[in-house]
Design a protein around this ligand. Sequence first.
Ligand code: SF4
Ligand code: SF4
Length: 226
Amino acid sequence: MEMDSKISVLDKIYGIYNDFACDLDVACKRYCAGCCTRNVTMTTLEGYKIVEHIISNGKTNLFKNIRKDIDKKRFQPKLTTNALADLCVSGKDIPDEEGDCKWGACPLLTENECPIYAVRPFGCRCFVSTVICGEKGYADVDPFVITVNNLFLQYIEHIDFHGCSGNLSDVLLFLKSKETLESYREGSLNFTDSGLSSNRLIPVLLIPPEHRLRIQPILQRLKCLK
Ligand code: SF4
Ligand code: SF4
């Protein structure tokens, strides 16, 4: 699939999720940014869209903000969602991954607002809570929402299966040069020293039996995407 087609499919995926999320009863409001942590992850396809946006909108100072904090701890997943699904279907053990929301705020967050809100990755779009996290000290998420979120993560990784996934900071810094963007666009980017995890096609969908019927309308919309 050509890059423009992939971006078009990604936008449609975001649109389908938006239709789902706008009916949810959540406590999330503008300037509520407790979930904007250093632990957000994404695919290179989402990173490509964000880097293009940053460059074309003259916001390259955001790369400096990321680089300034690059020595701080952040969630750097060893497994992508589809790699996790692969382990589940093979009955293998899932390795522990280290992540803590106390590691600090997303390096892009500016005065409690997201400077790339229109193109933010799915990992930011899907974080919702029925309670105000800052007041309760935790997020409360309906189990069906978690299942839907996993489904979307699997599809986004699937359409970027030639790419990789990783922490927001690592993906954006890796892709930020025009040469790297061009190589990625042409499908010739070498990820060997990127430290990112290779994406995979969907091996099996992570949908528990109790959600299989309810999720069908969303699943059918995703399956129809071209
Ligand atoms: S998930 Fe929690 S911290 Fe994030 S916007 Fe919603 S209520 Fe606020
Ligand atoms: S990219 Fe934007 S929405 Fe996502 S965590 Fe960072 S500031 Fe928040």
